[in-house]
Design a protein around this ligand. Structure first.
Ligand SMILES: [Zn+2]
Length: 432
């Protein structure tokens, strides 16, 4: 189908099933909040924000439009790349180079009558709280943890207990290969994305000893060829991940090793994936997770059934690696969450480590994951990444140990990071 062409749908029969759900009480409706007369009106006037117009975003926009939402905004700063076309189905070859948000919005508008989609070709950080205040619901289909943490912190920060309209439910979808999750955050009421940060812990590297001595998985054999065999034999002067000859060499090596240990599953494309650290985007995973997110949006907007987060279970994980598996559970709110809690989070440190080491460790600690932290103690500024004049002034502290800086066991430090303009992370030093 050429760009611009859309198939007509038979209106209004398209909406019949949806209205059956929206206007009738059922086994899951809550009598206290369900008002059949109001639902359609409420949804017609609801403003909903979609963040991301990529693999998940295309699915989400299409699903929301077909779920009866009429006023949708979408933010995405990216332009369309030819490699997106296999799964980001709102885009055509002629759209390559154009903004994703714009193309996706106009496609769905043409396809679904009566929906208005406003695109924003920019970063979420370009908007302030006033902008986010206009929406009743936010749905995220992002691939970046940083962007998720930013919008989560912003929405939690916006909560004013006196103003009912300041609570914006956040529905978050995410996928990685055949795995995915959807979750609902009721800012300041249920556990937030920052509380759940450990679910995104940086992927643990396989210990070198496993790779060197007891491989158990095809990936271990590939890593062995990549790290050890290549170094020993140096078949080419320098490894080029894009050179098929080099990948073939690694693949053959890995295959021989796998056979030696009775391991199956080493293939050329898996070799390529491991070496280039690629996690393939799977269209069906995106479709399933987006469907789940939009289902939550419909439930929240219409009260036709209890959504995630009411009252307890707020996190649905999905795995399609080995048949199909889902598990839904309650991820609990943490009192020491830097965004929605009020207690400092314990940080185990060696008092003999330097400030530099502490700062570097913040990037990889699952509970922090801060790449450019600035640090203050209760009494003074220890290190500031910017402005340059302050950086220069505090740089000398980097080589000092925590003891030399006068920090004591149990002392609280405040950490800020440019990715979280509004948030100061509180940590309590625990000497080991
Ligand atoms: Zn939290």
């Amino acid at each position: 189908m050429a760009s611009g062409e859309v198939h007509p749908a038979s209106e209004p029969s398209r909406w019949r099933y949806l209205d059956n759900v929206r206007t009738r009480a059922g086994p899951f409706t809550n009598d206290e909040v369900f008002d059949a007369g109001l639902v359609v009106d409420t949804m017609d006037n609801m403003k909903i924000l979609v963040i991301g117009a990529g693999g998940l975003g295309c699915e989400i926009l299409k699903n929301l439009a077909l779920s009866g939402f009429k006023d949708i905004h979408v933010i995405d700063m990216d332009t369309i790349d030819i490699s997106n076309l296999n799964r980001q189905f709102l885009f055509r070859k002629a759209d390559v180079g154009k903004f994703k948000a714009e193309v996706a919005a106009s496609f769905v508008e043409r396809r679904v009558k009566g929906v208005k989609i406003t695109p924003h070709n920019c970063k979420i950080q370009d908007f302030d709280e006033d902008f986010y205040m206009q929406f009743q619901l936010v749905v995220c289909g992002l691939d970046s943890i940083e962007a998720r943490r930013w919008i989560n912190a912003t929405l939690v920060n916006m909560v004013d207990p006196e103003v009912e309209d300041s609570y914006k439910p956040l529905i978050d979808g995410g996928t990685e290969g055949f795995k995915g999750q959807s979750r609902v955050v009721l800012p300041s009421v249920t556990s937030c994305i920052e509380c759940q940060l450990d679910m995104h812990a940086p992927r643990a590297a396989v210990p070198l000893c496993t790779i060197a001595t007891i491989p158990r998985q095809p990936e271990h054999c590939i890593e062995w060829a990549h790290i050890i065999a290549w170094d020993q034999e140096k078949p080419f002067p320098k490894l080029d991940n894009d050179d098929p000859e080099h990948i073939t060499w690694l693949y053959q090596k890995a295959l021989n090793r796998a056979e030696e240990y009775g391991i199956t599953g080493v293939t050329y494309s898996r070799t390529q994936g491991v070496v280039k650290n690629i996690i393939p985007a799977i269209a069906s995973t995106n479709a399933i997770i987006a469907a789940s997110c939009c289902n939550e949006a419909l439930k929240i907007a219409s009260n036709c059934a209890p959504s995630l987060g009411y009252p307890n279970d707020n996190y649905m994980m999905y795995s399609g690696n080995d048949s199909i598996y889902t598990y839904t559970f309650e991820h609990e709110k943490k009192d020491d969450c830097p965004v929605c809690g009020n207690l400092a989070r314990d940080l185990e440190v060696d008092p003999r480590s330097t400030l530099q080491e502490l700062i570097e460790s913040m990037a990889i600690r699952p509970e922090a994951q801060l790449k450019k932290p600035s640090v203050r103690s209760e009494s003074k500024t220890l290190y500031m990444q910017s402005p340059p004049s302050l950086e220069e002034k505090t740089r000398q502290n980097l080589d000092k140990t925590l003891t030399e800086l006068g920090l004591g066991d149990g002392e609280e430090i405040g950490v800020t990071d440019p990715s979280f303009a509004t948030v100061s992370f509180k940590f309590r030093l625990r000497f080991k």
